[in-house]
Design a protein around this ligand. Structure first.
Ligand code: ATP
Ligand code: MG
Length: 588
Protein backbone atom coordinates (compact mmCIF):
# COMPACT_ATOMS: atom_id res chain seq x y z
CA UNK A 1 0.00 0.00 0.00
CA UNK A 2 1.41 3.39 -0.96
CA UNK A 3 0.36 6.83 0.22
CA UNK A 4 0.34 9.32 -2.67
CA UNK A 5 1.55 12.17 -0.42
CA UNK A 6 4.70 10.20 0.39
CA UNK A 7 5.18 8.66 -3.04
CA UNK A 8 6.45 10.24 -6.27
CA UNK A 9 3.79 10.72 -8.96
CA UNK A 10 4.49 14.03 -10.71
CA UNK A 11 1.36 14.47 -12.86
CA UNK A 12 1.07 17.37 -15.30
CA UNK A 13 -1.87 19.34 -16.68
CA UNK A 14 -0.09 20.13 -19.94
CA UNK A 15 1.78 17.82 -22.24
CA UNK A 16 5.30 18.65 -23.36
CA UNK A 17 5.67 20.32 -26.75
CA UNK A 18 7.59 17.41 -28.29
CA UNK A 19 4.87 14.85 -27.52
CA UNK A 20 2.84 14.32 -30.69
CA UNK A 21 0.77 11.21 -30.01
CA UNK A 22 -1.69 10.47 -27.20
CA UNK A 23 0.34 7.73 -25.53
CA UNK A 24 3.48 9.88 -25.47
CA UNK A 25 1.58 12.79 -23.94
CA UNK A 26 0.04 10.53 -21.34
CA UNK A 27 3.36 8.88 -20.48
CA UNK A 28 4.60 12.28 -19.38
CA UNK A 29 1.36 13.72 -17.98
CA UNK A 30 0.51 10.64 -15.91
CA UNK A 31 3.95 10.71 -14.29
CA UNK A 32 5.21 7.46 -15.83
CA UNK A 33 8.46 8.64 -17.42
CA UNK A 34 10.62 11.74 -17.83
CA UNK A 35 12.89 12.60 -20.71
CA UNK A 36 16.60 12.95 -20.11
CA UNK A 37 17.64 13.41 -23.75
CA UNK A 38 16.55 12.29 -27.23
CA UNK A 39 15.30 8.72 -26.88
CA UNK A 40 16.46 8.49 -23.24
CA UNK A 41 13.92 8.23 -20.45
CA UNK A 42 13.78 7.83 -16.69
CA UNK A 43 11.12 5.42 -15.51
CA UNK A 44 9.32 7.11 -12.63
CA UNK A 45 7.84 4.86 -9.93
CA UNK A 46 4.50 4.35 -11.69
CA UNK A 47 6.18 3.61 -15.02
CA UNK A 48 8.62 1.27 -13.33
CA UNK A 49 5.79 -0.65 -11.69
CA UNK A 50 4.18 -1.21 -15.10
CA UNK A 51 7.53 -2.30 -16.53
CA UNK A 52 8.04 -4.76 -13.71
CA UNK A 53 4.63 -6.29 -14.29
CA UNK A 54 5.17 -6.53 -18.03
CA UNK A 55 8.55 -8.10 -17.40
CA UNK A 56 7.18 -10.67 -15.00
CA UNK A 57 4.30 -11.70 -17.28
CA UNK A 58 6.73 -11.94 -20.17
CA UNK A 59 9.15 -14.06 -18.11
CA UNK A 60 6.37 -16.45 -17.08
CA UNK A 61 5.11 -16.95 -20.62
CA UNK A 62 8.54 -17.33 -22.20
CA UNK A 63 9.47 -19.87 -19.52
CA UNK A 64 6.26 -21.72 -20.29
CA UNK A 65 7.35 -21.73 -23.93
CA UNK A 66 10.63 -23.42 -22.97
CA UNK A 67 12.84 -20.39 -22.30
CA UNK A 68 15.66 -20.42 -19.75
CA UNK A 69 16.58 -17.02 -18.35
CA UNK A 70 20.12 -15.67 -18.20
CA UNK A 71 21.69 -12.23 -18.42
CA UNK A 72 24.37 -11.20 -20.88
CA UNK A 73 26.49 -8.04 -20.68
CA UNK A 74 25.16 -4.85 -22.22
CA UNK A 75 28.65 -3.84 -23.28
CA UNK A 76 30.53 -6.05 -25.71
CA UNK A 77 34.08 -6.17 -27.02
CA UNK A 78 33.93 -5.07 -30.64
CA UNK A 79 35.59 -8.35 -31.76
CA UNK A 80 32.43 -10.18 -30.81
CA UNK A 81 30.67 -8.29 -33.58
CA UNK A 82 33.51 -8.03 -36.07
CA UNK A 83 33.61 -11.84 -36.10
CA UNK A 84 29.87 -12.14 -36.73
CA UNK A 85 27.97 -12.11 -40.02
CA UNK A 86 26.57 -8.57 -40.02
CA UNK A 87 29.18 -6.16 -38.67
CA UNK A 88 29.19 -3.88 -41.77
CA UNK A 89 25.41 -3.42 -41.65
CA UNK A 90 24.89 -3.08 -37.96
CA UNK A 91 27.88 -1.07 -36.81
CA UNK A 92 26.22 2.28 -37.46
CA UNK A 93 23.29 1.28 -35.27
CA UNK A 94 25.63 0.67 -32.35
CA UNK A 95 26.93 3.13 -29.81
CA UNK A 96 30.64 2.55 -29.77
CA UNK A 97 33.20 3.48 -27.18
CA UNK A 98 36.98 3.48 -27.18
CA UNK A 99 38.52 1.11 -24.72
CA UNK A 100 41.32 2.32 -22.52
CA UNK A 101 44.92 1.91 -23.55
CA UNK A 102 45.06 -0.79 -26.20
CA UNK A 103 44.10 0.90 -29.45
CA UNK A 104 46.72 -1.28 -31.22
CA UNK A 105 44.71 -4.40 -30.89
CA UNK A 106 41.88 -3.34 -33.19
CA UNK A 107 43.23 -0.49 -35.28
CA UNK A 108 40.56 1.90 -36.54
CA UNK A 109 37.82 -0.14 -34.88
CA UNK A 110 36.11 0.72 -31.64
CA UNK A 111 36.98 -1.32 -28.61
CA UNK A 112 33.53 -1.71 -27.16
CA UNK A 113 29.96 -1.49 -28.34
CA UNK A 114 26.68 -1.24 -26.49
CA UNK A 115 24.51 -4.19 -27.45
CA UNK A 116 21.59 -3.49 -29.81
CA UNK A 117 20.69 -7.21 -29.65
CA UNK A 118 22.63 -10.35 -28.65
CA UNK A 119 22.79 -12.95 -31.44
CA UNK A 120 26.57 -12.72 -31.73
CA UNK A 121 27.09 -12.84 -27.97
CA UNK A 122 24.77 -15.76 -27.28
CA UNK A 123 26.09 -17.77 -30.24
CA UNK A 124 29.62 -17.46 -28.86
CA UNK A 125 28.38 -18.67 -25.51
CA UNK A 126 26.67 -21.67 -27.08
CA UNK A 127 29.72 -22.39 -29.20
CA UNK A 128 31.79 -22.71 -26.05
CA UNK A 129 29.31 -24.49 -23.82
CA UNK A 130 27.24 -26.76 -26.05
CA UNK A 131 28.99 -29.53 -27.93
CA UNK A 132 26.67 -32.50 -28.17
CA UNK A 133 23.20 -33.20 -29.51
CA UNK A 134 22.42 -34.30 -25.96
CA UNK A 135 22.70 -30.65 -24.84
CA UNK A 136 20.03 -29.56 -27.34
CA UNK A 137 17.47 -28.06 -27.65
CA UNK A 138 18.08 -24.93 -25.58
CA UNK A 139 16.19 -21.68 -25.60
CA UNK A 140 18.03 -18.91 -23.75
CA UNK A 141 16.40 -15.59 -22.99
CA UNK A 142 16.98 -12.39 -21.07
CA UNK A 143 15.05 -9.24 -20.31
CA UNK A 144 17.16 -6.12 -20.29
CA UNK A 145 18.38 -2.89 -21.80
CA UNK A 146 19.27 -2.51 -25.48
CA UNK A 147 21.00 0.44 -27.14
CA UNK A 148 20.44 1.58 -30.69
CA UNK A 149 21.59 4.77 -32.29
CA UNK A 150 18.23 5.45 -33.92
CA UNK A 151 18.56 8.30 -36.42
CA UNK A 152 15.23 9.72 -35.39
CA UNK A 153 14.13 8.66 -31.93
CA UNK A 154 10.50 9.66 -31.53
CA UNK A 155 7.18 9.05 -29.90
CA UNK A 156 8.67 8.59 -26.44
CA UNK A 157 9.37 4.96 -25.64
CA UNK A 158 8.20 3.80 -29.08
CA UNK A 159 11.52 4.52 -30.73
CA UNK A 160 14.11 5.14 -28.08
CA UNK A 161 17.90 4.97 -28.01
CA UNK A 162 17.88 2.94 -24.82
CA UNK A 163 14.97 0.56 -24.35
CA UNK A 164 13.98 -2.69 -22.68
CA UNK A 165 13.65 -5.86 -24.68
CA UNK A 166 13.01 -9.50 -24.02
CA UNK A 167 15.32 -11.37 -26.35
CA UNK A 168 15.36 -15.13 -26.74
CA UNK A 169 17.50 -17.44 -28.85
CA UNK A 170 16.68 -21.05 -29.64
CA UNK A 171 19.23 -23.71 -30.56
CA UNK A 172 18.21 -26.97 -32.20
CA UNK A 173 19.73 -29.94 -34.00
CA UNK A 174 17.77 -29.54 -37.24
CA UNK A 175 15.22 -27.44 -39.08
CA UNK A 176 12.28 -29.50 -37.96
CA UNK A 177 13.12 -29.05 -34.29
CA UNK A 178 13.92 -25.36 -34.87
CA UNK A 179 10.43 -24.95 -36.34
CA UNK A 180 8.97 -26.51 -33.21
CA UNK A 181 10.88 -24.04 -31.05
CA UNK A 182 9.65 -21.22 -33.27
CA UNK A 183 6.01 -22.18 -32.87
CA UNK A 184 6.39 -22.69 -29.12
CA UNK A 185 7.64 -19.10 -28.96
CA UNK A 186 4.83 -17.89 -31.19
CA UNK A 187 2.34 -19.41 -28.74
CA UNK A 188 4.21 -17.82 -25.82
CA UNK A 189 3.93 -14.42 -27.51
CA UNK A 190 0.22 -14.90 -28.08
CA UNK A 191 -0.24 -15.82 -24.42
CA UNK A 192 1.81 -12.81 -23.33
CA UNK A 193 -0.19 -10.25 -25.30
CA UNK A 194 -3.44 -11.89 -24.31
CA UNK A 195 -2.55 -11.59 -20.64
CA UNK A 196 -1.76 -7.91 -21.06
CA UNK A 197 -5.25 -7.39 -22.40
CA UNK A 198 -4.06 -5.95 -25.71
CA UNK A 199 -4.84 -6.99 -29.25
CA UNK A 200 -1.64 -7.96 -31.08
CA UNK A 201 -1.78 -9.73 -34.42
CA UNK A 202 0.98 -11.70 -36.10
CA UNK A 203 1.94 -10.73 -39.63
CA UNK A 204 4.50 -12.04 -42.11
CA UNK A 205 7.64 -9.94 -41.93
CA UNK A 206 10.86 -9.19 -43.70
CA UNK A 207 13.91 -10.90 -42.22
CA UNK A 208 16.07 -7.82 -42.90
CA UNK A 209 19.56 -7.60 -41.47
CA UNK A 210 18.93 -10.76 -39.51
CA UNK A 211 18.79 -12.95 -42.61
CA UNK A 212 17.11 -16.24 -41.92
CA UNK A 213 14.26 -17.82 -43.75
CA UNK A 214 10.98 -16.90 -42.14
CA UNK A 215 9.71 -14.37 -39.71
CA UNK A 216 6.60 -12.84 -38.25
CA UNK A 217 6.01 -9.62 -36.39
CA UNK A 218 3.48 -9.00 -33.68
CA UNK A 219 1.65 -5.77 -34.35
CA UNK A 220 -0.68 -3.72 -32.23
CA UNK A 221 -3.03 -2.01 -34.68
CA UNK A 222 -2.82 1.77 -34.21
CA UNK A 223 -3.01 4.75 -36.56
CA UNK A 224 0.30 6.13 -35.31
CA UNK A 225 2.18 2.87 -35.97
CA UNK A 226 5.35 3.00 -38.09
CA UNK A 227 4.41 -0.05 -40.15
CA UNK A 228 1.78 -0.74 -42.80
CA UNK A 229 0.02 -4.06 -42.54
CA UNK A 230 -1.63 -5.43 -45.68
CA UNK A 231 -4.29 -7.95 -44.89
CA UNK A 232 -7.30 -9.84 -46.15
CA UNK A 233 -9.93 -10.85 -43.67
CA UNK A 234 -11.34 -13.52 -45.99
CA UNK A 235 -8.09 -15.49 -46.30
CA UNK A 236 -6.46 -14.47 -43.02
CA UNK A 237 -3.39 -13.17 -44.86
CA UNK A 238 -1.52 -10.39 -43.08
CA UNK A 239 1.94 -9.05 -43.83
CA UNK A 240 4.13 -6.06 -43.20
CA UNK A 241 4.24 -3.95 -46.36
CA UNK A 242 7.99 -4.63 -46.52
CA UNK A 243 7.16 -8.26 -47.16
CA UNK A 244 3.64 -8.15 -48.62
CA UNK A 245 2.76 -10.08 -51.77
CA UNK A 246 -0.30 -9.68 -53.95
CA UNK A 247 -1.96 -11.55 -56.79
CA UNK A 248 -1.56 -8.60 -59.15
CA UNK A 249 0.49 -10.58 -61.67
CA UNK A 250 -1.28 -13.82 -62.64
CA UNK A 251 1.00 -16.82 -62.44
CA UNK A 252 0.04 -18.03 -65.90
CA UNK A 253 0.47 -14.66 -67.60
CA UNK A 254 1.58 -15.27 -71.18
CA UNK A 255 4.45 -13.13 -72.47
CA UNK A 256 3.22 -10.31 -74.72
CA UNK A 257 4.20 -10.53 -78.37
CA UNK A 258 6.14 -7.51 -79.67
CA UNK A 259 3.88 -4.64 -80.67
CA UNK A 260 6.20 -3.25 -83.30
CA UNK A 261 9.79 -2.39 -84.05
CA UNK A 262 11.86 -0.76 -81.32
CA UNK A 263 11.88 2.96 -81.96
CA UNK A 264 14.04 5.71 -80.45
CA UNK A 265 12.49 9.14 -80.01
CA UNK A 266 13.74 12.45 -78.68
CA UNK A 267 12.47 13.54 -75.27
CA UNK A 268 14.41 16.72 -74.52
CA UNK A 269 14.25 17.69 -70.84
CA UNK A 270 11.95 14.79 -69.95
CA UNK A 271 13.31 13.02 -66.88
CA UNK A 272 10.24 11.86 -64.95
CA UNK A 273 7.61 9.17 -65.40
CA UNK A 274 4.89 11.84 -65.06
CA UNK A 275 6.36 14.06 -67.79
CA UNK A 276 6.56 11.14 -70.19
CA UNK A 277 2.96 10.23 -69.36
CA UNK A 278 1.78 13.71 -70.36
CA UNK A 279 1.27 14.90 -73.96
CA UNK A 280 2.83 14.94 -76.44
CA UNK A 281 4.44 11.61 -75.41
CA UNK A 282 1.39 10.21 -73.61
CA UNK A 283 3.05 7.02 -72.41
CA UNK A 284 0.92 5.98 -69.40
CA UNK A 285 2.95 5.24 -66.27
CA UNK A 286 1.88 1.60 -66.26
CA UNK A 287 3.23 1.29 -69.80
CA UNK A 288 6.65 2.62 -68.86
CA UNK A 289 9.66 0.81 -67.43
CA UNK A 290 11.42 2.45 -64.50
CA UNK A 291 15.11 1.66 -64.11
CA UNK A 292 16.79 2.27 -60.75
CA UNK A 293 20.49 1.98 -59.99
CA UNK A 294 21.56 0.68 -56.60
CA UNK A 295 24.90 -0.25 -55.12
CA UNK A 296 25.17 -3.69 -53.54
CA UNK A 297 28.37 -4.35 -51.57
CA UNK A 298 30.16 -1.72 -53.64
CA UNK A 299 28.92 -2.84 -57.10
CA UNK A 300 26.08 -1.27 -59.09
CA UNK A 301 23.00 -3.30 -59.95
CA UNK A 302 19.72 -2.42 -61.64
CA UNK A 303 16.10 -2.79 -60.62
CA UNK A 304 13.39 -2.60 -63.28
CA UNK A 305 9.81 -1.78 -62.27
CA UNK A 306 6.66 -0.56 -63.97
CA UNK A 307 6.59 3.24 -64.18
CA UNK A 308 3.61 3.31 -61.83
CA UNK A 309 5.24 1.16 -59.15
CA UNK A 310 7.51 2.02 -56.25
CA UNK A 311 10.47 -0.03 -55.10
CA UNK A 312 10.04 -1.64 -51.66
CA UNK A 313 13.65 -1.32 -50.53
CA UNK A 314 13.34 -4.07 -47.91
CA UNK A 315 12.73 -6.54 -50.72
CA UNK A 316 16.27 -5.95 -52.01
CA UNK A 317 17.25 -8.15 -49.05
CA UNK A 318 16.38 -11.20 -51.17
CA UNK A 319 19.33 -10.39 -53.46
CA UNK A 320 21.84 -11.40 -50.81
CA UNK A 321 23.96 -8.24 -50.62
CA UNK A 322 25.16 -7.31 -47.15
CA UNK A 323 24.67 -3.57 -47.76
CA UNK A 324 22.62 -1.83 -50.44
CA UNK A 325 22.03 1.86 -51.14
CA UNK A 326 20.83 4.02 -54.05
CA UNK A 327 23.61 4.97 -56.43
CA UNK A 328 24.56 8.63 -56.78
CA UNK A 329 24.21 10.39 -60.18
CA UNK A 330 28.03 10.43 -60.37
CA UNK A 331 28.09 6.65 -60.01
CA UNK A 332 25.30 6.12 -62.54
CA UNK A 333 26.49 7.92 -65.63
CA UNK A 334 29.77 6.05 -66.26
CA UNK A 335 27.96 2.71 -66.05
CA UNK A 336 24.73 3.53 -67.88
CA UNK A 337 25.90 6.23 -70.30
CA UNK A 338 23.13 8.62 -69.25
CA UNK A 339 21.80 10.51 -66.28
CA UNK A 340 18.82 9.35 -64.22
CA UNK A 341 15.66 10.06 -66.22
CA UNK A 342 16.93 8.45 -69.43
CA UNK A 343 17.88 5.03 -68.11
CA UNK A 344 16.79 1.67 -69.42
CA UNK A 345 17.88 -1.94 -69.80
CA UNK A 346 17.28 -2.56 -73.51
CA UNK A 347 19.91 -4.93 -74.86
CA UNK A 348 22.99 -3.19 -76.15
CA UNK A 349 22.16 0.24 -74.71
CA UNK A 350 23.99 0.06 -71.36
CA UNK A 351 27.41 1.67 -71.65
CA UNK A 352 29.33 -0.66 -69.36
CA UNK A 353 27.22 -3.74 -68.61
CA UNK A 354 30.24 -5.61 -67.24
CA UNK A 355 30.28 -3.24 -64.27
CA UNK A 356 26.86 -4.45 -63.14
CA UNK A 357 26.24 -7.01 -60.40
CA UNK A 358 22.93 -7.88 -62.06
CA UNK A 359 19.68 -6.61 -63.59
CA UNK A 360 16.68 -7.55 -61.48
CA UNK A 361 13.17 -7.04 -62.76
CA UNK A 362 9.92 -7.08 -60.87
CA UNK A 363 7.40 -9.68 -62.07
CA UNK A 364 4.91 -6.87 -62.71
CA UNK A 365 6.86 -5.56 -65.73
CA UNK A 366 5.41 -8.56 -67.55
CA UNK A 367 2.07 -6.73 -67.29
CA UNK A 368 3.62 -3.92 -69.36
CA UNK A 369 4.39 -6.31 -72.19
CA UNK A 370 5.38 -3.54 -74.57
CA UNK A 371 6.29 -0.14 -73.25
CA UNK A 372 8.56 2.85 -73.10
CA UNK A 373 11.92 3.16 -71.42
CA UNK A 374 15.01 5.33 -71.36
CA UNK A 375 17.57 4.85 -74.14
CA UNK A 376 20.62 5.37 -71.87
CA UNK A 377 21.24 8.49 -73.92
CA UNK A 378 20.28 11.81 -72.29
CA UNK A 379 17.11 13.19 -73.85
CA UNK A 380 16.07 9.98 -75.63
CA UNK A 381 13.63 7.16 -74.95
CA UNK A 382 12.65 3.97 -76.71
CA UNK A 383 9.13 2.78 -77.48
CA UNK A 384 7.67 -0.59 -78.45
CA UNK A 385 10.00 -2.14 -75.91
CA UNK A 386 9.03 -5.78 -75.45
CA UNK A 387 9.99 -7.38 -72.13
CA UNK A 388 11.15 -10.70 -73.60
CA UNK A 389 12.55 -9.54 -76.91
CA UNK A 390 14.30 -6.36 -75.81
CA UNK A 391 15.14 -6.19 -72.11
CA UNK A 392 18.15 -7.70 -70.42
CA UNK A 393 17.07 -9.28 -67.15
CA UNK A 394 19.30 -11.37 -64.89
CA UNK A 395 16.42 -12.48 -62.72
CA UNK A 396 12.77 -11.72 -62.03
CA UNK A 397 11.64 -11.22 -58.46
CA UNK A 398 9.28 -9.41 -56.12
CA UNK A 399 10.56 -5.88 -55.59
CA UNK A 400 7.56 -3.60 -55.87
CA UNK A 401 5.56 -2.09 -53.05
CA UNK A 402 2.14 -3.70 -52.80
CA UNK A 403 -0.77 -1.26 -52.59
CA UNK A 404 -4.14 -1.62 -50.89
CA UNK A 405 -6.80 -2.78 -53.30
CA UNK A 406 -4.60 -5.28 -55.12
CA UNK A 407 -5.97 -8.82 -55.05
CA UNK A 408 -5.03 -11.13 -52.20
CA UNK A 409 -3.04 -14.13 -53.47
CA UNK A 410 -5.40 -16.70 -51.95
CA UNK A 411 -8.87 -15.16 -52.01
CA UNK A 412 -8.52 -12.68 -54.86
CA UNK A 413 -10.29 -10.08 -52.72
CA UNK A 414 -8.83 -6.58 -52.43
CA UNK A 415 -6.11 -6.27 -49.81
CA UNK A 416 -6.74 -3.74 -47.08
CA UNK A 417 -4.18 -1.68 -45.23
CA UNK A 418 -3.89 -0.48 -41.65
CA UNK A 419 -1.09 0.88 -39.49
CA UNK A 420 0.50 -1.13 -36.71
CA UNK A 421 3.10 -0.84 -33.95
CA UNK A 422 5.68 -3.64 -34.07
CA UNK A 423 5.90 -4.93 -30.51
CA UNK A 424 7.50 -8.29 -31.16
CA UNK A 425 9.39 -10.20 -33.80
CA UNK A 426 10.16 -13.90 -34.24
CA UNK A 427 12.65 -15.40 -36.71
CA UNK A 428 13.66 -18.76 -38.04
CA UNK A 429 17.37 -17.94 -38.35
CA UNK A 430 18.84 -21.17 -39.62
CA UNK A 431 22.64 -21.43 -39.44
CA UNK A 432 23.67 -17.92 -40.48
CA UNK A 433 25.20 -17.15 -37.10
CA UNK A 434 26.30 -20.64 -36.08
CA UNK A 435 28.12 -21.12 -39.43
CA UNK A 436 29.99 -17.84 -39.15
CA UNK A 437 30.79 -18.20 -35.47
CA UNK A 438 31.43 -21.98 -35.69
CA UNK A 439 28.81 -23.02 -33.17
CA UNK A 440 28.75 -26.74 -33.95
CA UNK A 441 27.41 -29.79 -32.15
CA UNK A 442 28.21 -33.44 -32.70
CA UNK A 443 25.44 -35.92 -33.45
CA UNK A 444 25.23 -39.54 -32.23
CA UNK A 445 27.47 -40.59 -35.16
CA UNK A 446 30.17 -38.11 -34.04
CA UNK A 447 29.41 -35.90 -37.06
CA UNK A 448 29.62 -32.10 -36.69
CA UNK A 449 26.73 -29.82 -37.63
CA UNK A 450 26.02 -26.13 -37.11
CA UNK A 451 23.26 -25.57 -34.54
CA UNK A 452 20.01 -24.35 -36.08
CA UNK A 453 18.86 -21.11 -34.52
CA UNK A 454 15.80 -18.98 -34.01
CA UNK A 455 15.66 -15.54 -32.42
CA UNK A 456 12.85 -13.67 -30.79
CA UNK A 457 12.34 -10.16 -29.42
CA UNK A 458 9.62 -8.31 -27.57
CA UNK A 459 9.95 -4.58 -27.07
CA UNK A 460 8.86 -4.40 -23.44
CA UNK A 461 9.08 -0.62 -23.11
CA UNK A 462 7.49 -0.08 -26.53
CA UNK A 463 4.71 -2.45 -25.49
CA UNK A 464 4.14 -0.39 -22.35
CA UNK A 465 3.42 2.63 -24.49
CA UNK A 466 1.41 0.64 -27.04
CA UNK A 467 -0.85 -0.52 -24.20
CA UNK A 468 -1.55 3.15 -23.48
CA UNK A 469 -2.02 3.93 -27.17
CA UNK A 470 -4.66 1.21 -27.30
CA UNK A 471 -6.16 1.98 -23.88
CA UNK A 472 -6.90 5.62 -23.14
CA UNK A 473 -9.60 8.27 -23.42
CA UNK A 474 -9.69 12.05 -23.33
CA UNK A 475 -9.16 12.03 -19.56
CA UNK A 476 -6.16 9.73 -19.36
CA UNK A 477 -4.79 6.22 -19.34
CA UNK A 478 -7.06 3.18 -18.94
CA UNK A 479 -4.79 0.43 -17.64
CA UNK A 480 -5.66 -3.19 -18.17
CA UNK A 481 -5.74 -4.92 -14.79
CA UNK A 482 -2.75 -7.16 -15.55
CA UNK A 483 -0.23 -4.33 -15.91
CA UNK A 484 -1.85 -1.46 -14.00
CA UNK A 485 0.71 0.20 -11.68
CA UNK A 486 -1.92 -0.09 -8.95
CA UNK A 487 -5.27 -1.86 -9.16
CA UNK A 488 -7.18 0.11 -6.57
CA UNK A 489 -7.00 3.83 -5.90
CA UNK A 490 -8.60 4.98 -2.67
CA UNK A 491 -9.35 8.68 -2.88
CA UNK A 492 -9.64 10.19 0.56
CA UNK A 493 -11.31 13.56 0.09
CA UNK A 494 -10.83 14.65 3.70
CA UNK A 495 -7.51 13.10 4.71
CA UNK A 496 -7.43 15.32 7.79
CA UNK A 497 -10.21 13.15 9.28
CA UNK A 498 -8.63 10.23 11.15
CA UNK A 499 -11.72 8.07 10.61
CA UNK A 500 -11.45 8.62 6.84
CA UNK A 501 -7.79 7.57 6.76
CA UNK A 502 -8.44 4.63 9.10
CA UNK A 503 -11.17 3.36 6.80
CA UNK A 504 -8.96 3.86 3.74
CA UNK A 505 -6.20 1.77 5.30
CA UNK A 506 -8.61 -0.89 6.43
CA UNK A 507 -10.16 -1.22 2.97
CA UNK A 508 -6.71 -1.01 1.39
CA UNK A 509 -5.55 -3.94 3.50
CA UNK A 510 -8.62 -5.96 2.49
CA UNK A 511 -7.93 -5.25 -1.19
CA UNK A 512 -4.29 -6.26 -0.74
CA UNK A 513 -5.33 -9.50 0.88
CA UNK A 514 -7.49 -10.12 -2.18
CA UNK A 515 -4.37 -9.69 -4.32
CA UNK A 516 -4.68 -6.07 -5.44
CA UNK A 517 -2.03 -3.31 -5.38
CA UNK A 518 -3.36 -0.28 -3.55
CA UNK A 519 -2.61 3.43 -3.74
CA UNK A 520 -4.24 5.83 -1.31
CA UNK A 521 -4.63 9.42 -2.43
CA UNK A 522 -4.19 11.17 0.91
CA UNK A 523 -3.07 14.49 -0.56
CA UNK A 524 -4.54 17.69 0.76
CA UNK A 525 -6.02 18.58 -2.63
CA UNK A 526 -9.47 19.58 -3.82
CA UNK A 527 -11.73 16.70 -4.92
CA UNK A 528 -11.68 18.02 -8.50
CA UNK A 529 -7.89 17.75 -8.62
CA UNK A 530 -7.95 14.24 -7.16
CA UNK A 531 -10.56 12.96 -9.58
CA UNK A 532 -8.75 14.47 -12.56
CA UNK A 533 -5.51 12.84 -11.47
CA UNK A 534 -7.31 9.55 -10.83
CA UNK A 535 -8.60 9.49 -14.39
CA UNK A 536 -5.22 10.60 -15.70
CA UNK A 537 -3.18 7.82 -14.07
CA UNK A 538 -5.90 5.34 -14.99
CA UNK A 539 -6.07 2.96 -12.00
CA UNK A 540 -8.83 0.43 -12.85
CA UNK A 541 -10.87 0.68 -9.63
CA UNK A 542 -11.50 3.85 -7.62
CA UNK A 543 -12.95 4.06 -4.12
CA UNK A 544 -13.90 7.43 -2.77
CA UNK A 545 -14.11 8.14 0.94
CA UNK A 546 -15.41 11.57 1.89
CA UNK A 547 -16.45 13.25 5.15
CA UNK A 548 -19.93 13.80 3.75
CA UNK A 549 -20.28 10.19 2.66
CA UNK A 550 -19.07 8.95 5.99
CA UNK A 551 -21.80 10.93 7.71
CA UNK A 552 -24.34 9.38 5.33
CA UNK A 553 -22.74 5.98 5.90
CA UNK A 554 -21.56 5.36 2.32
CA UNK A 555 -18.45 5.20 0.17
CA UNK A 556 -18.30 5.31 -3.63
CA UNK A 557 -16.96 2.71 -6.01
CA UNK A 558 -16.19 3.46 -9.66
CA UNK A 559 -14.47 1.66 -12.52
CA UNK A 560 -12.15 3.70 -14.72
CA UNK A 561 -13.94 2.33 -17.79
CA UNK A 562 -17.40 3.48 -16.68
CA UNK A 563 -19.09 6.73 -15.71
CA UNK A 564 -21.31 5.01 -13.13
CA UNK A 565 -20.60 5.60 -9.48
CA UNK A 566 -21.97 2.99 -7.07
CA UNK A 567 -22.81 4.14 -3.56
CA UNK A 568 -21.99 1.37 -1.11
CA UNK A 569 -23.17 1.28 2.53
CA UNK A 570 -20.19 1.25 4.87
CA UNK A 571 -21.13 -2.12 6.29
CA UNK A 572 -20.90 -3.67 2.82
CA UNK A 573 -17.83 -1.76 1.66
CA UNK A 574 -15.25 -4.44 2.32
CA UNK A 575 -17.29 -7.23 0.75
CA UNK A 576 -18.09 -5.07 -2.29
CA UNK A 577 -14.43 -4.21 -2.72
CA UNK A 578 -13.34 -7.84 -2.46
CA UNK A 579 -16.00 -8.84 -4.97
CA UNK A 580 -14.92 -6.11 -7.39
CA UNK A 581 -11.27 -7.18 -7.15
CA UNK A 582 -12.21 -10.83 -7.68
CA UNK A 583 -14.31 -9.89 -10.71
CA UNK A 584 -11.45 -7.93 -12.28
CA UNK A 585 -8.94 -10.71 -11.58
CA UNK A 586 -11.22 -13.28 -13.17
CA UNK A 587 -11.52 -11.17 -16.33
CA UNK A 588 -7.81 -10.36 -16.56
P1 ATP B 1 11.79 -1.27 -35.88
O1 ATP B 1 11.45 -1.87 -37.21
O2 ATP B 1 10.61 -0.68 -35.18
O3 ATP B 1 12.98 -0.37 -35.91
P2 ATP B 1 13.30 -3.61 -35.39
O4 ATP B 1 12.68 -4.51 -36.38
O5 ATP B 1 14.59 -2.99 -35.68
O6 ATP B 1 12.25 -2.48 -34.96
P3 ATP B 1 13.93 -5.85 -33.68
O7 ATP B 1 15.38 -5.89 -33.93
O8 ATP B 1 13.04 -6.83 -34.34
O9 ATP B 1 13.39 -4.36 -33.98
O10 ATP B 1 13.73 -5.81 -32.09
C1 ATP B 1 12.73 -6.53 -31.38
C2 ATP B 1 11.71 -5.59 -30.78
O11 ATP B 1 12.32 -4.53 -30.03
C3 ATP B 1 10.87 -4.88 -31.80
O12 ATP B 1 9.81 -5.70 -32.23
C4 ATP B 1 10.39 -3.66 -31.03
O13 ATP B 1 9.23 -3.99 -30.28
C5 ATP B 1 11.52 -3.38 -30.08
N1 ATP B 1 12.33 -2.23 -30.54
C6 ATP B 1 13.18 -2.20 -31.57
N2 ATP B 1 13.76 -0.99 -31.68
C7 ATP B 1 13.26 -0.23 -30.68
C8 ATP B 1 13.47 1.12 -30.25
N3 ATP B 1 14.33 1.92 -30.89
N4 ATP B 1 12.79 1.57 -29.17
C9 ATP B 1 11.93 0.77 -28.52
N5 ATP B 1 11.69 -0.51 -28.88
C10 ATP B 1 12.34 -1.01 -29.94
MG1 MG C 1 11.77 -6.21 -36.12
Amino acid sequence: MKLWSQYFIPTLKESPADAEIPSHKLLIRAGLVRKLGGGLYTFLPLGLRVMQKLTQICREEIERGGGIELLMPHMHPAETWVGGPRWPVIRDVMFRADGAGDAKRLPREPEYVLGPTHEEVVTQLVKAEITSYRDLPKNLFQIGTKFRNEIRPRYGLMRAREFVMMDAYSFDTNNENATKSYFAMKRAYQAFFKRLGVLAISVEADTGVMGGSFSEEFMIPADIGDDDILYCEASGYAANREKARSGLVPENLADASPSGALEEFATPGIVTIAALAAPPYSAPADKQFKTLVYIGDGKPFLIVLRGCDELEEAKLGSLGFAVTRPATPEEIEPVMGAKPGSLGTVKGTIKNPAALAGIYADHAIRLVGNGTTGANKDGFHLRNVNVVRDLTVTKFGDFRRVQAGEPDVKSGRPLQVRRGIEVGHIFVLGTKFSDKINAYYTDDQKQNHPVVMGCYGIGISRTLQAVIEQGHDADGVIWPWAVAPFHVLICVLDPQLPEAMDLAKKLGTAAEQAGADVLIDDRAERPGVKFKDADLIGIPLRLTIGGKGLKEGIIELKWRTSKDVAKIPLAEAEAALRAAVAEAQAKA
